[in-house]
Design a protein around this ligand. Structure first.
Ligand SMILES: Cc1ncc(COP(=O)(O)O)c(C=O)c1O
Length: 357
């Protein structure tokens, strides 16, 4: 395992100590003689895990008391429709920024529930930039923006000044950079990148936004029901929540978002500098919109892509191939990816450029 560099886009690398603690808990959870996989979710054993996970989210994101923290099922994709189902009346309008593949799916789902006002779109250039020069209409029920576009490698670096509640899909950059999270009405994120294991989904929502729509919401999709039942409306994904709790603990021990952000900046800077320096490699994203989490590039000569990919594979670089809809390469630099992995990739690029450049 030591020679593997895991650049997967999600599920993706988690801290080594999380793997170790989670492995121990499968055999003997907290010295109970029971596996974490066999404890009841309505026991004090699991309740303590859930409470700690929620408290850590509130602490790391510095959320004020108006927020509820939920761990739900169905992945971030369920939020594409659960958000408008809970926040958008049929006759009302929500503003959406069309800045990537995932955001465009969220737009498609929202249209089933109400009206969508498109703020801007970068579809014309395969979502390689963040649209600018738009204004959120005052009458919008909310404004939805994907904070980081995992597939295309762009990131939202400026947020609108507006009184309309901001809703953000932060699946691929949550907890990676400091933001004023209290500016948002609702934040959601699949756990499988910076939060923990796949199978659970974080939702942070301002209590006051709920209960305003007229439609009947099925119990399992109603945020208020999950709040009333403390994310235990039904059996939660116990192990996935446990892995989230361990990962959140790890981040807190490290010094929280303030400590991980400069590390993330340094990792991304090293890789982008290399891409900018070596003519063989071409970053695909507008410089000012580059993501610190997902770095996307193509080869100047497409014929060399297979050779570079084979070299990466031989050197233990995992998950470096670009998304099938974009091609080329993508290195995901999530919180748990060590600087040494980026250094190894950069070395390999330099070696390849010296040979083929
Ligand atoms: C930004 C973003 N939103 C949504 C999703 C979909 O997440 P899930 O597979 O948990 O539904 C992903 C998946 O990678 C993503 O990166």
């Amino acid at each position: 395992m030591t020679n593997v560099h895991n650049f997967n886009s999600g599920p993706s690398i988690l801290p080594r100590e999380v793997y170790e603690e989670a492995s121990n808990a499968i055999l003997n959870f907290n010295n109970t003689g029971l596996s974490i996989l066999e404890i009841g979710h309505r026991t004090p054993l699991f309740e303590a895990v859930l409470h700690e996970a929620i408290a850590l989210v509130k602490e790391l994101m510095q959320l004020n008391d108006s927020y509820e923290v939920l761990f739900l099922h169905g992945g971030a994709s369920t939020q594409f429709f659960q958000v408008p189902m809970n926040l958008l009346d049929a006759s009302a309008t929500a503003a959406y920024l069309d800045c990537g593949t995932w955001g465009s799916k969220a737009i498609r789902e929202a249209k089933h529930f109400g009206q969508v006002h498109l703020l801007g779109s970068s579809k014309d250039k395969n979502y390689t930039y963040i649209p600018r020069g738009w204004r959120v209409p005052d009458h919008a029920a909310y404004c939805h923006i994907t904070s980081n576009n995992t597939i295309e490698g762009t990131q939202q670096h400026e947020w609108p000044e507006t009184d309309v509640p901001l809703v953000s899909d932060m699946s691929s950059d949550i907890l990676s950079r400091q933001l004023d999270f209290n500016r948002f009405g609702l934040i959601y994120a699949g756990a499988q990148k910076n939060i923990g294991a796949a199978g659970v989904n974080l939702v942070v929502v301002q209590r006051d936004l709920l209960g305003r729509v007229e439609r009947h919401i099925p119990t399992m999709l109603d945020y208020r029901q999950h709040i009333a039942n403390n994310s235990m409306l039904n059996t939660p994904p116990v192990f996935a929540v446990y892995v989230c709790m361990l990962t959140l603990r790890w981040l807190k021990k490290l010094g929280g978002i303030a400590a991980i952000e400069p590390v993330n900046q340094a990792k991304a800077a090293l890789l982008y500098d290399t891409l900018d320096r070596l003519p063989l490699f071409t970053p695909t994203v507008a410089r000012e919109d580059r993501s610190l989490m997902n770095v996307v590039w193509v080869m100047e000569e497409p014929a060399l892509e297979a050779e570079f990919l084979a070299l990466c594979k031989a050197e233990g670089m995992v998950g470096i191939r670009g998304h099938r809809s974009v091609g080329g390469f993508r290195a995901s630099l999530y919180n748990a990816l060590p600087m040494s992995s980026v250094e190894a990739l950069v070395q390999l690029m330099e070696h390849f450029a010296a040979k083929r450049g």
